[in-house]
Design a protein around this ligand. Structure first.
Ligand code: HEM
Length: 185
């Protein structure tokens, strides 16, 4: 299942004329703490629009896949303990949880020009998890199901280039959160 039709796969860097006359205009360099080139950041921001339109699905599929891969993680959410997938899908608190999680990724994408804010947001989010007793190792369990949900969402638009960008992006988010958990422990 993909994210629906979109024109977002178009060529980047057009100078606005048919058949480019020169190289695409240079983009401002990214913050050295962001391990993406300006072009990769641009591609991520574009691609993320398709994820945004399906944020709830990406969030809930990520959580459900993570619970399937490791049912012990489901038990960390008191409301979700002992519930099957169908029950989870029908729960308002499950929908809320999916949205809260995906909104953090969304805010990170929005704030890529302001790495201080990104780091602050992720450290605060990580600290809440640390206080709930969630270790960095447990937090990392979201990484693989999240990547699979992105791939399913983007369908044909999940090219090798985009995959590389999402791997780097997800790793960045998890590294900052996990580091904050370890530093706070
Ligand atoms: C294995 C991974 C994770 C586990 C086990 C986990 C677990 C939890 C739990 C138990 C809660 C509290 C739910 C409640 O109050 O009923 C929570 C809240 C939350 N989680 Fe996670 N989480 C994980 C990953 C993430 C990630 C990767 C993000 C964001 C990038 C995230 C964002 C949030 C947010 C924003 C809240 C709400 C915090 C608040 O109350 O202000 N979680 N999480």
């Amino acid at each position: 299942m993909g994210c629906g039709p979109s024109n977002e796969g178009g060529k980047l860097g057009s100078n606005g004329m048919n058949g480019s006359l020169s190289d695409p205009p240079p983009l401002p360099p990214t913050d050295p703490r962001l391990p993406l080139t300006a072009r990769q950041k641009f591609s991520l921001e574009k691609s993320w629009k398709a994820v945004q339109r399906n944020a709830e699905t990406v969030g809930s599929e990520t959580l459900l896949r993570m619970f399937r891969m490791d049912p012990s993680v489901q038990d960390l959410f008191h409301d979700f303990k002992g519930k099957n997938e169908e029950e989870l899908r029908g729960m308002f608190s499950f929908e809320t949880q999916s949205t809260l999680m995906i909104n953090v990724f969304d805010e990170v994408v929005e704030k890529l020009d302001d790495m201080d804010s990104v780091i602050n947001l992720l450290q605060k989010t990580a600290e809440k998890h640390r206080q709930m007793g969630i270790s960095a190792d447990v937090l990392r369990k979201i990484e693989e199901p999240f990547m699979i949900s992105l791939k399913n969402c983007l369908g044909d638009r999940y090219t090798e280039k985009i995959e590389e960008i999402y791997i780097t992006f997800t790793k960045l988010v998890m590294d900052i959160m996990c580091q904050a958990i370890e530093d706070g422990s």
